[in-house]
Design a protein around this ligand. Structure first.
Ligand SMILES: Cc1cc2nc3c(=O)[nH]c(=O)nc-3n(C[C@H](O)[C@H](O)[C@H](O)COP(=O)(O)OP(=O)(O)OC[C@H]3O[C@@H](n4cnc5c(N)ncnc54)[C@H](O)[C@@H]3O)c2cc1C
Length: 224
């Protein structure tokens, strides 16, 4: 614990996760040692063991207080409202695909829900009901639904294999892609694009995917 007092560690490599990373995160009086994967869920135990091995020397003598595993809540839950209960943050499934970003969306949804409560209760003068809370969900979906949808498609296309990830890296050399990505991260919504540049991007995307796939086949032949 002393070693990790002011330190978090991330490990990359196929041993800890083929598509994510392993981590040691300090919590207030213990550390969380973990890993994640989307593509190889059945191998999660193997990755957990490898992550513990990577941190072995630094957590030596520590006591395991809990072993747990959870899916990343990156699908907005089909039901986020019941009576006077509304879900926000991870509980509502607001982690975004591709980036795995959930802190902003947890804070933002908490704020939006609180604002709906303040408004619906007329500043605390009356009890809120489901209809008041629904306003938060309507506002949320209107603002973020397209972002979740676009990131879902991006993840399906580019995160499914190493060649697809290579294609994504290749595309990131393009300044337009860099700007769109940067703005989308900064403003937390899909940045509006330029139709001509978008068309060019679509053609380049297909080109990158085809090239990456051809490269994969060559690598398989060479058994690399
Ligand atoms: C490995 C990893 C890396 C991540 N990296 C990033 C990143 O780089 N950027 C980013 O934006 N997001 C990241 N996230 C996601 C981010 O951590 C979450 O989306 C965010 O913390 C969600 O906030 P939350 O308040 O909804 O939930 P939480 O942070 O989980 O807070 C819920 C709290 O409720 C407490 N609780 C649970 N049950 C009870 C109960 N019955 N009574 C009282 N308290 C209870 C829990 O102990 C917890 O403290 C990462 C997540 C993981 C696992």
């Amino acid at each position: 614990m002393v070693y990790y007092e002011n330190l978090a560690e991330m490990y990359v490599g196929d041993d800890v996760s083929p598509d994510f990373y392993g981590w040691v995160f300090p919590k207030c009086d213990h550390v969380a040692v973990g890993t994640g994967t989307v593509t190889h869920k059945n191998d999660i135990k193997k990755f957990q063991l490898a992550t513990r091995n990577r941190a072995k020397d630094k957590i030596l003598g520590g006591k395991i207080i809990r072993v747990e595993a959870h899916p990343i809540p990156e699908h907005p839950r089909p039901r986020r409202l019941s009576g006077r209960v509304a879900l926000v943050g991870d509980a509502a499934g607001y982690v975004t695909k591709c980036s795995g970003e959930g802190i902003y969306f947890a804070a933002k949804s908490g704020r939006m829900c609180a604002e709906a409560i303040v408004e619906g209760s007329q500043n605390g003068k009356k009890m809120v009901d489901e209809g008041d809370l629904r306003k938060y969900l309507e506002k949320w979906d209107k603002k973020y639904w397209p972002t979740y949808k676009v990131l879902d498609v991006l993840q399906k296309v580019f995160y499914r294999s190493n060649p697809a990830r290579e294609a994504f890296v290749e595309m990131c050399a393009d300044e337009y892609v860099q700007k769109m990505t940067f703005d989308s991260y900064l403003y937390k919504t899909v940045a509006p694009g330029n139709p001509l540049e978008d068309l060019k991007l679509a053609v380049n995307t297909i080109g990158s995917l085809v090239r990456a796939n051809a490269l994969r086949k060559e690598m398989e032949k060479l058994n690399v």
